[in-house]
Design a binder for this molecule. Structure first.
Ligand code: GLN
Length: 296
């Protein structure tokens, strides 16, 4: 038998199955879903199109497009990076080299912020929200999609990230409710805010080398590296935020595993009051830490 590529079943369904089997053999645990997404992207088909077109035989061009994406995946690139898009809070978000791939865990920050605002009866108000280090815009855009009268101010030190986020906002029809500011955390913000959110870099510098290769080699280091103890970003952004929150205003941040007590202590030291225990993510890890500025 020759060593050339397997030219077996060249239908949409056949190609998808072959790719899934190759990904399983290479040890990928989401092989079925990955194969579906990659074949769909290469052929421009959504899930329905893949089902109705299952028996169609691929052209040579199409087969080559699938193969090019398959090779990138087999070489270790995350599917979200290959597609250039990731869903967060049901919203499709474009990515760039300057943005993290949004994680499902980060939806915990959105949930905590919304539950606190709703408990206050504030969800329909004309809230001023800031998202510090917005990346793809994930947290802010999720909040704007739920809070019809809110306006968002998103900062990032990377202008490339801000361009990606503003394009996402425009494509989701949220662009007229968002303002983009290039700065470190809250350093260039003025006025007062009802809610400040952030998923800052929080991995201790020495731990980065041990992260999963899909994170270490493909997410921007500036979005991961939280300094020697992982808390540098919180030290900066919590004291800045305390000075910008309206009376009763809320700060909600994502934290890494084991960081919630330290981050709460920083909030308390800046005069903020924790709103209750941190909210856990789906894996049971305390993920969203929140505090309120009490009326003085
Ligand atoms: N949650 C990301 C990870 O574990 C880290 C993101 C961050 O540092 N904010 O890879």
């Amino acid at each position: 038998m020759s060593a050339s590529a397997d030219n077996g079943d060249q239908t949409v369904e056949g190609i998808r199955r072959t790719l899934a089997a190759r990904l399983v053999a290479a040890g990928h645990d989401s092989a079925e879903l990955d194969a579906r997404l990659l074949v769909g992207d290469a052929l421009g088909l959504d899930l329905t199109g893949m089902v109705t077109g299952a028996k169609r035989i691929l052209t040579k061009d199409e087969a080559e497009r699938v193969e090019a994406l398959a090779r990138r995946r087999l070489a270790g690139q995350p599917v979200a990076r290959i597609l250039g898009i990731k869903e967060f809070w049901g919203l499709p978000l474009r990515l760039s080299a300057a943005t993290l791939v949004p994680r499902p865990d980060t939806e915990t920050v959105v949930e905590r912020a919304l539950e606190l605002l709703r408990a206050n009866g504030a969800a329909d108000r004309s809230l001023r929200i800031a998202d510090l280090g917005t990346g793809s815009g994930a947290i802010l855009l999720a909040l704007l999609s739920e809070l019809p009268n809110a306006h968002g101010f998103a900062t990032d030190i990377s202008s490339e990230a801000l361009q990606t986020a503003s394009r996402n906002a425009a494509e989701l029809g949220l662009g007229d409710r968002a303002t983009w500011i290039a700065c470190d955390y809250a350093s260039a913000l003025t006025g007062t805010f009802d809610l400040i959110v952030s998923n800052p870099p929080y991995i201790p510098s020495a731990d980065i080398a041990g992260l999963d290769v899909e994170v270490r080699a493909h997410d921007p280091r500036a979005a991961l590296d939280g300094g020697a103890d992982g808390l540098d970003a919180y030290r900066a952004l919590i004291s800045q935020s305390a000075g910008l929150l309206a009376s009763g205003g809320l700060l909600v941040v994502e934290v890494g595993q084991g960081q919630s007590a330290d981050v709460e202590a920083l909030m308390t030291a800046s005069g903020l009051s924790p709103t209750g225990p941190p909210k856990a993510d789906l894996g049971g890890i305390p993920r969203a830490v929140s505090a309120r500025r009490l009326p003085r």
